[in-house]
Write a protein that binds this ligand. Structure first.
Ligand SMILES: *Cc1c(COP(=O)(O)O)cnc(C)c1O
Length: 432
């Protein structure tokens, strides 16, 4: 019935997260409130890790794409689960470092890392810096030389895969700001250059073909293209690329019409192709890295809001206004992303209404969704937006000077704050 398996209706008819009453959470911590279920996060980590063990004999690493949801507690959980991290900024790297995250298990991404960020990565001895372009390569080589170290890098490659997903989240095709193009020979020239540079060690290649992908084929095809390139490098340059990072992008269930394959299926099909190409091309099986983000964080989360007003515009629509909006969840405004909602205090009742869930920001596009089926909804109700664990808190802003909500983690029937609610004092903290 619900998009995430940890959700249920309790004896009061309230929505519960792993047995914890969401109406109680709203009363205890206030709304808006992000709620994360620790067990859902941990079990996704274990499943990904297990799939590396079963399909690659353990010769690989799962790196959680922390941009999906990054805070110190999330980094601690990943460290505890033996999962690596994918970071895309100095800020994410700093967050990881603040909990003594093992730096050798970090992949540092980004299409325009600053000298300060690259220097921080070298200082912290980040395991792999994913180089996006030739300018970055040259800057990194110079910075590494100055620091007297060798930078361990992977190249971000555009394998030319058109994954069937929202246009804004397609990144594997040639018209993308990310990475080196294969088709044009740009990537091959860059590999030659990296091999020549003294303070660069080309540890491997990386690709990430997009997000919220439901088809298995694009992943299999991307792996095939990348291994073909590794074979070409071996044959023509005599250089062995030892690691292959296949990125993330596994789709999750946001609404009941989404039907993603279990990620074990992707992992298995991809591993079969990887082994097949390695055998055919006579190259050794590379160390495999995967970078799931959304699929670890999204199903674990939900957001609670309080309804403040309802406007019924006859024959047009009903606007239900909540105490958050695009400032804590900009995904509908950005991508027209769909979500399931529940009236948390009436979760046991049938959905008889269809509403537009509107935020409180001064922006007509500030909606969480339109045509959303929901229970009979009234002012004062608690609304739960489901599967908001990824790209909500991490994309939140202070638009309209609205403080960011707290994040509460639920585990074993109890709850704790892992990110404090911002205060008005936080809002003016940096103002002079
Ligand atoms: C965003 C991103 C991911 C994670 O994508 P999800 O869709 O959240 O799994 C992994 N790798 C890279 C390089 C990314 O940019």
């Amino acid at each position: 019935m619900f998009v995430s398996e940890n959700l249920s209706v309790n004896e009061k008819g309230h929505l519960a997260v792993s047995g914890v009453d969401t109406v109680d959470l709203a009363a205890q911590y206030g709304t808006p409130l992000y709620v994360m279920d620790e067990e859902v996060i941990r079990s996704a980590c274990r499943r990904f890790k297990k799939s590396i063990d079963s399909f690659y004999g353990g010769a690989g690493l799962v790196c959680y794409a922390s941009k999906a949801f990054c805070c110190r507690e999330m980094c601690r959980i990943m460290k505890d689960e033996g999962i690596g991290l994918d970071v895309v900024s100095g800020g994410e790297l700093y967050t990881a470092a603040s909990v003594d995250f093992p730096m050798e298990n970090i992949c540092f991404h980004g299409n325009n890392k600053t000298d300060e960020e690259l220097t921080l990565a070298l200082e912290k001895k980040v395991g792999r810096i994913i180089v996006d372009n030739i300018f970055e390569l040259e800057r990194l080589n110079a910075l590494a030389e100055k620091a007297g170290v060798t930078a361990n890098i992977m190249y971000r490659i555009k394998p030319g895969i058109d994954a069937h997903t929202h246009n804004f989240i397609r990144t594997g095709q040639i018209d993308s700001k990310f990475g080196f193009a294969l088709e044009t020979g740009e990537a091959f020239e860059a590999v030659k250059k990296a091999i020549e540079l003294k303070n660069i060690n080309l540890a491997g290649l990386h690709c990430h073909i997009g997000s919220q992908i439901f088809d298995i084929d694009p992943f299999v095809h991307a792996a095939e293209v990348m291994l073909g390139f590794i074979a070409k490098i071996k044959n023509e340059l005599g250089f062995e690329v030892k690691q292959l990072n296949l990125g993330g992008g596994f789709g999750i269930k946001y609404t009941n019409s989404d039907n993603p394959a279990p990620f074990e299926n992707y992992m298995e099909k991809v591993s079969v192709k990887v082994k097949e190409v390695c055998e055919k091309e006579n190259i050794s099986l590379p160390f495999i890295i995967i970078e799931p983000g959304r699929s670890i964080a999204a199903p674990a989360g939900l957001t609670l809001y309080t309804v403040g007003g309802i406007k019924n515009i006859p024959n047009i629509r009903t606007y239900v206004s909540i105490d958050g909006g695009m400032c804590d969840n900009p995904r509908y405004a950005l991508y027209k992303s769909e979500y399931d909602i529940e009236v948390a205090n009436k979760a046991g009742e049938p959905k008889t209404e269809s509403i537009t869930l509107a935020g409180k920001c001064c922006e007509s596009g500030d909606l969480i969704g339109e045509n959303m089926p929901v229970q009979h909804i009234e002012v004062g109700d608690t609304v739960a937006v489901l599967a908001t664990g990824a790209y909500n808190y991490s994309m939140s802003s202070n638009y309209n000077r609205i403080p960011k909500p707290a994040v509460v983690m639920v585990k074993d029937g109890s709850s704790r704050v892992v990110v404090k609610r911002e205060t008005m004092e936080d809002i003016i903290r940096n103002d002079l």
